[in-house]
Design a protein around this ligand. Structure first.
Ligand code: T5A
Length: 223
C-alpha cells in the first residue's frame, strides 16, 4: 500500500481472491463479524464495484454475452471501475484508520484477463502502474479449489440469488483452469503479501486459517 499518512494510523487493506464459487463472500461475512468483535472498524466492499460509478461498470462486465468484450476492453473497464473504488471508498476508509476487506481486487485482473484471456501478466502490471502506481493490498488470501467444485458451488449459489451475473461462469473450463493457475502464480511471486488457502475445507476451517494468518501477519488477536 502507498498512501499519505495523516495523524491517524492507516487501516489495513485485505483482499480475498479466487475462482468462481471459492467462498470469498462467505468468508468476508465471517471475518467482518470477527473484526467487529475485536473492536476493529471495518468496511467490506467488492469488485468490480464498491463505489457508485464502479457499480455501473460492474453490470457491463458480469452480465450479457460471453464474447461481449475484447480482453483488453475488459481489463480497461476493470481498471476504470477500480480507480473509482480506490479513490471513493478504499483510500478514504484507510486514511480514517478503518480496515477495508475487498471481495476481489487487482489480482483478479491478472488472473482473469492476464491468464484466463491470455493478455499476459506484464500488460496488466503496466496498466496497474499507470492507474494506481504502487497501491496494493497489505494481505491477500487466495482461496484455491478445483475448477469443477467452484463452478458447481457457483451454480448452486445462482439458484439462491438469481443467475443474472453469470457471464464469467459461462466461460470455458480451460479459461477457468488458466485463471486458477494464474492465482497460484501470483501467490508464488508475492509470498509476503499472499497466502493460499485450501478452499475445499469447511467454511469454519477456512475462517480459522484466515484469522490465524491475520493475527500473525498484522499483529492483532482475532479469536
Ligand atoms: N472479474 C472480476 C474479472 O474478470 N476481472 C476483475 O478484475 C475482477 C475484479 C464477478 C466476476 O468478475 C470477474 C470475476 C467474476 O467472475 P464476483 O461477483 O466476485 O465477481 O463473482 P464470483 O467470484 O463468481 O462470486 P461467487 O459468489 O461465485 O463466489 P464466492 O463469493 O467466492 O463464493 P460464495 O461465498 O458466494 O459461495 C458460493 C457458494 O458456495 C457455498 C456458499 O454457501 C454458496 O452457496 N460455499 C461453500 N460450500 C462448501 N464449502 C465451503 N467452504 C463453502 N464456502 C461457500
Amino acid at each position: 500500500m502507498s498512501l499519505q499518512r495523516g495523524s491517524k494510523p492507516l487501516g489495513n487493506f485485505i483482499t480475498l481472491e479466487g475462482g468462481e464459487g471459492a467462498g470469498k463472500t462467505t468468508q468476508i461475512k465471517l471475518l467482518a463479524d470477527g473484526l467487529k468483535t475485536a473492536g476493529i472498524d471495518t468496511v467490506t466492499t467488492r469488485e468490480p464495484g464498491g463505489a457508485p460509478a464502479a457499480e455501473v461498470i460492474r453490470s457491463l462486465l458480469v452480465e450479457g454475452d460471453v464474447e461481449r468484450w475484447q480482453p483488453m476492453t475488459e481489463a480497461l473497464l476493470n481498471y476504470a471501475a477500480r480507480l473509482e473504488h480506490v479513490r471513493e471508498t478504499i483510500e478514504p476508509a484507510l486514511t480514517d484508520g478503518r480496515w477495508v476487506i475487498s471481495d476481489r481486487f487487482s489480482d483478479s485482473t491478472v488472473a482473469y484477463q492476464g491468464f484466463g484471456h491470455d493478455l499476459g501478466r506484464a500488460k496488466i502490471e503496466r496498466l496497474h502502474e499507470l492507474v494506481l502506481g504502487s497501491f496494493e493490498p497489505d494481505l491477500t488470501f487466495v482461496l484455491d479449489l478445483p475448477v469443477d467444485e467452484g463452478l458447481a458451488r457457483a451454480e448452486n449459489r445462482d439458484g439462491e440469488k438469481g443467475a443474472k451475473e453469470d457471464r464469467y461462469e459461462r466461460m470455458s473450463q480451460d479459461f477457468h483452469q488458466r485463471l486458477r493457475d494464474g492465482f497460484l502464480d501470483i501467490a508464488r511471486r508475492n509470498p509476503e503479501r499472499c497466502a493460499v488457502i485450501d478452499a475445499t475445507q469447511s467454511p469454519d476451517d477456512v475462517q480459522k486459517e484466515i484469522r490465524s494468518l491475520i493475527n500473525n501477519r498484522l499483529g492483532v488477536s482475532l479469536t
